[in-house]
Design a protein around this ligand. Structure first.
Ligand code: ATP
Ligand code: MG
Length: 324
């Protein structure tokens, strides 16, 4: 049975990029392997430095996953920090990590370019991520496009460790992409919690409408023909629609006479139609905090047992004695 692993940072409200790039496949894979999904609260420290905010985001991510269909009887959902052994492995992997390799990581470069301060933590993020993946001896990592490079780094670090210590502890993980691997935000750039350009999964009513109406477009007049190819509204609409609806909207773009305001309304209807049914479930779960906490803790215990078993092999291979 394949071991499947992925994480989401509690760095803000989850958005439709997280959903179509990652969460949708996480939920679909529940029946296809042993799933380990974690809320990456250590990682969120690279952008969120407020304890209360972090705790709220952690809770929100857990509620989102459960409302969207994560079944705790099939998949684990736990806090990264409930398995602190990942930090030990991150240290060990850091000692076989090449500085120049890390400097090439574009997720880091993108965040710096956006003005996010470069801490050592942000710089070594891929090393902690490698530890997250390797400590559970994962085979498959379902993620969005922006994480593919980090999984290549993970394989590289696993191989470096194996070469250094002459023992193959880790399977080499593969990534898995969904069709929504690169969802644009309302400004046309990659949708990211930390870029403030998201459409939240659980937004509704006026705030949702305002966000969608605010999607940046070019200034082609209503009557003029438009190119659907590089239009954000069209790209987002395509995530929710059937092939025939997508083709029809593309034709209306090219024919002219359809304004961006019109296609925004069509998108709004799709978002409401798709996520609407999950909203009730989320509200119901929010009224049962003990249940949610129980899921996180029960999952963490199982995940931690796996992590400890891996660390015993890692420690033995690299010249450390069994812990007293
Ligand atoms: P942050 O800005 O804090 O990095 P984020 O929005 O990039 O947040 P992450 O928690 O870093 O979200 O990523 C969680 C998962 O969602 C990852 O698998 C990532 O590849 C995927 N993902 C994030 N943004 C997008 C996007 N715009 N399109 C598709 N997948 C995405
Ligand atoms: Mg990210």
């Amino acid at each position: 049975l394949k071991r499947i692993l992925s994480g989401v940072q509690p760095s803000g409200k989850l958005h439709i990029g997280n959903y179509f790039g990652a969460i949708r496949q996480h939920i679909a894979l529940q029946n296809e392997g042993e799933c380990f999904y974690f809320i990456a609260d250590y990682h969120s420290m690279t952008t969120i430095q407020n304890a209360k905010t972090r705790l709220e985001h952690v809770r929100d991510v857990a509620l989102d996953y459960l409302a969207l269909g994560l079944d705790p009887s099939k998949a684990l959902l736990f806090r990264q920090s409930d398995v602190p052994e990942v930090c030990e492995l991150a240290w060990i992997l850091g000692t076989v990590s090449n500085m120049s390799l890390m400097e090439k990581a574009h997720s880091y470069k993108d965040k710096i370019a956006k003005g996010i301060e470069a801490s050592i933590g942000l710089f070594t993020y891929p090393v902690l991520m490698a530890a997250d993946i390797l400590i559970y001896r994962s085979n498959l990592v379902p993620v969005g496009q922006d994480q593919v490079q980090h999984i290549e780094i993970t394989r590289d670090l696993a191989e470096k460790f194996h070469r250094a210590y002459g023992k193959e502890v880790f399977p080499l993980p593969e990534h898995r992409l969904d069709v929504g691997a690169k969802v644009p935000g309302v400004d046309g750039q990659k949708m990211s919690k930390s870029y403030g350009n998201t459409i939240e999964i659980f937004a509704e009513g006026n705030p949702l409408k305002k966000t969608i109406m605010g999607i940046v477009t070019d200034s082609t007049p209503v009557e003029a023909p438009k190119n659907p190819e590089n239009d954000t509204i069209f790209t987002l609409f395509s995530l929710f629609a059937y092939e025939t609806e997508i083709a029809e909207l593309a034709n209306r773009y090219r024919a002219g006479g359809l304004g961006y305001g019109d296609s925004k309304k069509m998108l709004l209807e799709k978002v409401n139609g798709y996520f609407g049914p999950f909203r009730e479930k989320r509200k119901e779960l929010a009224s049962r905090p003990d249940y949610v906490e129980d899921v996180l803790r029960t999952s963490a215990r199982k995940a931690r047992a796996e992590a400890i078993a891996t660390m015993e092999q890692v420690r033995e291979a690299s010249g450390f004695l069994k812990q007293p």
